[in-house]
Design a protein around this ligand. Structure first.
Ligand code: SAH
Ligand code: SF4
Ligand code: F3S
Length: 468
């Protein structure tokens, strides 16, 4: 049994990355006809990892079920970004335990970012012995072997020191229209509040030739859109000698001719003029930029280790808007970072008023074990933080509605991705700027890029009709 070690994270940066083909066990007879239930928490990285997990376990015979009661194998792919993520997983584990009480041969397994936290592994070993397998974010490809060799007691199969970038991985993708593509793993930024560099490891970019090959294949299979994934996509390539930069990679992806290209997440610190140019000049690179602010106060930004000031952020924002006027810009904001004063919070509101974001994901600071911010004094009360979040959300929602209203009466291109939750004979899709649009129409529209006239604008979606 190996327990991961959070404190080794920075030392790891010296370890060498090996680029290799994953050795994957595929033998359907192993678990022929057995059923698995997979629940995914967290960000797109986890959603995409779950697509890999599905491919791997279906390769050894499992078939998917959406009912916990039918499952022979349960996998919880977890997120560690905030404390409530932890509570949700352990809450659900209670249900799994109950289920397992009457079916002893059920396999319960936990993976994802929480699995990389030593305190979580210890808690499982101490209090949740009915969990059979814990595996980390660096050895997912080995899951078929782990299941084949499963012991009778809890096994912890978590690599604390990662160092490999595996190719030849295959995914059971949720969509036949849009696809996620990892272009890099991990993150080297070490923002002081964030657990990701510890759970996902140091930055490891994939080789551009492998990324481009994967995109060519997806295009050939009929995919219309690819989203390049990474915690810090615009730092792509900086960790490998002689590799393309992110703007160069984007240009090459654009050259494949795939209809739509997106990328998440960009860090303002790595956002170059060259990147703005390539987005502005290529029609198939979508004018949608997620540009996390985190705080509008330069003092707090420094404490967060974000490497930019309020003024530098605003300057970048202006530059992007000037070059790509129609771009939608969204953001992430944390309120109540330790020591955030009422004045600091005012600075955040000031940036929101200036940037009038299309959308913003807002969070209350959550203390993560092992991060530098865990040690900071935090005199602000929970009530005060909740008050600030409420105030911020009111402002953010006003601007979302204002941004959406600009679409009223306009005709825009929408990639129609599936049936809408709004009812029968309604489909939905996304504008180039990532606005969700509900459209009256049948399933024959799914997978097409249609001209849609916008008739109604709400805070979180638009309604439209197909332009004949
Ligand atoms: N790599 C991305 C963010 C990934 S995490 C970036 O740098 O922008 C997604 C968001 O979760 C972050 O942008 C941040 O706003 C929020 N977040 C991360 N750690 C947090 C914490 N400890 N407490 C509250 N929010 C946090
Ligand atoms: Fe976390 Fe900062 Fe890396 Fe984003 S850039 S994943 S917030 S450490
Ligand atoms: Fe959560 Fe891990 Fe993503 S902590 S936000 S699932 S990288």
């Amino acid at each position: 049994m190996k327990l991961p070690d959070l404190q080794k994270a920075k030392i790891r940066n010296q370890s060498e990355v090996k680029y290799c083909e994953a050795d994957i066990l595929r033998d359907r007879s192993l678990f022929q006809g057995k059923k698995y239930f997979l629940k995914t928490y967290g960000c797109q990285m986890n959603v995409h990892d779950s697509e890999l997990i599905k491919n791997l376990i279906e390769g050894i015979g499992f078939i998917e079920t959406d009912s916990l009661k039918d499952a022979d194998l349960v996998i919880l792919n977890t997120c560690a970004i905030r404390e409530n993520a932890h509570d949700k997983v352990f809450g659900f584990l209670g249900r799994c335990k109950h289920e397992k009480a009457s079916r002893k041969d059920m396999i319960i397994s936990i993976c994802g970012c929480m699995a990389q936290e030593p305190s979580v592994c210890e808690e499982i070993l101490r209090k949740h012995k009915y969990v059979d397998l814990v595996f980390g974010t660096h050895n997912i490809h080995d899951l078929p072997n782990m299941l084949k060799n499963k012991m009778s007691e809890t096994s912890i199969e978590v690599e604390s020191i990662e160092g490999n970038v595996y190719e030849n991985l295959e995914y059971k993708r949720d969509s036949k229209i849009e696809a996620w593509i990892n272009i890099m793993y991990g993150c080297d930024k070490f923002c002081t509040y964030c657990i990701v560099p510890y759970t996902r490891g140091k930055q490891r970019s994939r080789r551009s030739e492998n990324i481009l090959k994967e995109i060519e294949k997806l295009k050939y299979e009929g995919y219309k859109e690819v989203t390049l994934l990474g915690q810090n996509v615009n730092a792509y390539g900086k960790d490998i000698e002689d590799e393309l930069s992110f703007p160069e990679l984007l240009a090459r992806v654009s050259d494949t001719g795939i209809d739509r290209i997106r990328f998440v997440t960009s860090h303002p610190w790595d956002f170059t003029d060259e990147l703005i140019d390539v987005i502005a000049s290529r029609k198939n690179i979508m004018p949608y930029i997620h540009l996390p602010l985190q705080s509008g106060s330069s003092r707090i930004l420094k404490l967060m280790g974000r490497r930019y000031t309020k003024e530098e952020y605003l300057e970048l924002y202006e530059k992007i808007k000037k070059r790509i006027p129609d771009a939608a810009i969204t953001t992430d904001i944390i309120v109540g970072f330790p020591g955030e004063t009422a004045e600091d919070f005012e600075e955040t509101l000031d940036v929101v008023r200036k940037c009038k974001y299309d959308n913003a994901f807002t969070f209350i600071f959550s203390k993560r074990v092992g991060t530098p911010a865990e040690k900071l004094e935090d005199p602000i009360t929970k009530e005060e933080k909740e008050e600030r979040l409420k105030k911020l959300n009111v402002l953010v929602n006003d601007y979302s509605l204002e941004a959406n209203r600009k679409y009223l009466g306009k005709t825009v291109d929408v990639l129609i991705t599936g049936p809408s939750e709004k009812g029968e004979n309604i489909v939905c899709g996304y504008t180039e700027t990532m606005k969700l649009v509900n459209i009256t129409g049948g399933s024959d529209l799914i997978g097409t890029i249609a001209k849609v006239k916008i008739k109604e604008a709400k805070s979180f979606s638009l309604d439209g009709v197909i332009e004949k």
